[in-house]
Design a protein around this ligand. Structure first.
Ligand code: MG
Length: 372
């Protein structure tokens, strides 16, 4: 398979509802897409970077720029790569930008697997055909959060994740826990607490009474020692999300006993193959697993669901059906079936953008070809 061209596109999707988290409020979702053209098939990739650099340092406009100025030129010159491995090795010349790199990897895997007629899930070694869906509920007044939880449970979700922030935890979670004792309830602080603040520390300790399935990323991403202290003192499993950016950090977290679980999020880890390595290391180390989402379109969610097919995600997933995110998704909708989402089984990602939806959402595009 020979790479004949690469396109980078910026699209904007309107969210079904704004999402409020400790780090930002998100109303619309810009997404950078990568389309690779080959002599055998085309492939699509999605960069999960948000509009603003508030979750991690990457953001959509920056990802567009780094793809156009630095990553795609390295991919195409001096000649197109002979394999996905060669492509990834070239991208490693650029420091950081895991989400932008992940978009290229996704597109190359999609194209190659489409050409072979094999699914991404099969390629990764999936053993499950479905993934427990999850509904993420943003910060809000307790009555709003409870109403959102009621609606999600009524829609069939059996795993809820509520965003929390200092001073906004007990009142939000207590009501949800009392009303829905049967759901797996996760609290996600997006790194907003400081263990050195006695009030914040007490607030986290008090959450132990709620029987949460997990407390996600309570402290700053670089505070592995603080997470180790919390892991030792709380009964609630502390799981790491933003902290785990590589296998090296994961090994440090394991050595420090900084968590009892990890959120596997391909975008944050630099791609699907890196996510598979992190999954394997977590299983080996006996860590619990959650499958993370990034407000992705149907394309990105298809890729993450393929990782979900690896199984063992005892802490469930953040992934919901298309109608939870977007007025209109870019792809045919992922639908909820009894609290589960299906792992796509078609060639490559198993989904592709619907051309007229893509056209309606697109703001900018850029393309390049290898030198003749
Ligand atoms: Mg998180």
């Amino acid at each position: 398979m020979r790479l004949t061209g690469v396109e980078v596109r910026l699209v904007v999707l309107e969210l079904a509802e704004p999402l409020v988290a400790a780090h930002a409020t998100v109303r619309e979702r810009p997404l950078v897409l990568v389309r690779v053209l080959t002599d055998a098939a085309e492939g699509w990739g999605e960069c999960a970077a948000l509009a603003e650099p508030t979750y991690t340092a990457e953001y959509a406009a920056g990802a567009f720029a780094v793809l156009v100025d630095h990553l795609v030129p390295r991919l195409l010159a001096p000649r197109p790569p002979a394999s996905v491995q060669e492509a990834l090795a070239r991208l490693e010349q650029v420091v950081g930008h895991p989400m932008a790199k992940a978009a290229i990897e996704m597109a190359l895997l999609d194209a190659g697997l489409r050409a072979e007629g094999r699914s991404l899930a099969e390629h990764l070694g999936a053993v499950e055909r479905r993934v427990v869906a999850g509904a993420t509920i943003g910060l809000g007044a307790p009555a709003q959060v409870l109403a959102a939880a009621d609606a999600a449970v009524a829609a069939g979700y059996r795993r809820l994740k509520c965003k929390i922030a200092p001073g906004r935890e007990w009142a939000l979670l207590e009501g949800v826990r009392a009303r829905h004792p049967e759901v797996a309830l996760v609290a996600d602080a997006n790194g907003s607490y400081r263990l050195g603040d006695p009030r914040q520390r007490r607030a986290l300790e008090r959450l132990d009474r709620l029987g949460l399935a997990a407390l996600e990323q309570p402290l700053a991403p670089d505070d592995l020692l603080g997470h180790a202290e919390l892991t030792a003192s709380l009964e609630t499993p502390v799981v790491l999300d933003e902290s785990v950016t590589s296998l090296g950090v994961l090994d440090s977290a394991i050595a420090l006993r900084a968590c009892r679980g990890v959120v596997v999020k391909p975008a944050r880890l630099g791609g699907l193959l890196a996510a598979r390595r992190v999954h394997a290391r977590c299983v080996e180390a006996g860590l619990a697993l959650a499958l993370g989402g990034m407000l992705e379109s149907g394309l990105g969610r298809a890729a993450t669901l393929a990782v979900g097919g690896l199984g063992g995600f005892s802490l469930g997933s953040d992934l919901g059906a298309s109608d939870r995110y977007f007025a209109t998704d870019l792809t045919e909708a992922h639908r909820l079936e009894g609290g589960w989402l299906e792992v796509p089984a078609g060639p490559g990602l198993g989904v592709a953008p619907v051309p007229e939806r893509l056209q309606a959402a697109q703001l900018r595009s850029w393309s390049a070809r290898p030198a003749p």
